[in-house]
Design a protein. Structure first.
Length: 262
């Protein structure tokens, strides 16, 4: 672990040296990410121009959930950039290089795909949550801060577990895209209250692809939605369990991996 932390520091230093050499490009990426997130926020606002409540959830409550949703996703995107894993590591054979090094292969892939500029997504999410909290007149106790940090880390582990498992499928397939784009579309359901969906989707978002634990369930605690408190407290458990599953699938895939060939 100490070695991985040292490598993380080295990679982070090299990343900023590279990105800040082209500052306009760095700023452009930041602005494009910000615009994309604001467009989603505008969509929520437009919907509530036509309805006052969505299954007993107000506009500001849904905005609060959306703000929370952005934070673990930003943290996940910083360290688990699996979007081109199949193309880069399997089809191009980069995984063969990874396996010749002493550091755990998953840690190496995460370090090489690290994107620290995603931290701006965390800032955006906090600002959106703050705006909604003010509108809702929410009050917080001192212990809400460590609980918030725990829930965010747990939600990030949900993302990491799901996408690590999905990336591991690449060890058995030579498809250039895999199923990550489909899973990405499903995860966006987590930005809205889970009870607005039918039973099948609720079950999927809770127990199969548990993206309700990256939005509705943890955010419900801070919105004082007591009916969801049990699920809120399950968030750390779900995070650890799904990350363990994802890591197990990854390790199994690595053992089955036969190389890119000659």
């Amino acid at each position: 672990m100490r070695q991985i932390i040292r490598l993380f520091s080295d990679y982070l230093s090299q990343y900023f040296k590279t990105r800040l050499a082209y500052r306009a490009d760095f700023v452009g990426d930041f602005l494009s990410n910000l615009v994309s997130e604001l467009i989603n926020l505008v969509f929520i606002v437009v919907v509530f121009q036509h309805v006052s409540l969505l299954k007993d959830w107000s506009r500001d409550e849904i905005i609060f959930i959306y703000g929370y949703f952005l934070i673990p996703f930003a943290l996940f995107s910083m360290f688990f950039g699996f979007w081109d894993f199949n193309e880069r590591y399997i089809i191009r054979g980069e995984m063969d290089r990874i396996l010749t090094r002493p550091v755990h292969n998953l840690a190496q892939v995460c370090l090489e795909s690290m994107a620290p500029d995603r931290i701006f997504g965390v800032i955006t999410g906090l600002l959106i949550m703050g705006y909604a909290a003010i509108r809702l007149h929410l009050s917080f106790a001192w212990y809400d801060i460590p609980l918030f940090i725990l829930l965010v880390i747990s939600s990030t582990l949900v993302y990491a577990g799901v996408y690590t498992g999905i990336a591991a499928i690449s060890f058995f397939s030579d498809s250039r895209t895999g199923i990550s784009p489909m899973i990405y579309n499903i995860q966006n359901y987590g930005r809205y209250p889970v009870d607005v969906y039918n039973k099948a989707i609720r079950i999927t978002l809770t127990w199969i692809l548990p993206f309700a634990f990256v939005g509705t369930y943890p955010a419900a605690y801070f919105l004082r939605k007591e009916m969801w408190y049990t699920y809120t407290m399950l968030t750390p458990v779900i995070g650890v369990v799904f990350f363990a599953i994802g890591l197990s699938v990854w390790n199994w895939g690595v053992k089955k991996y036969q190389g890119a060939g000659s």
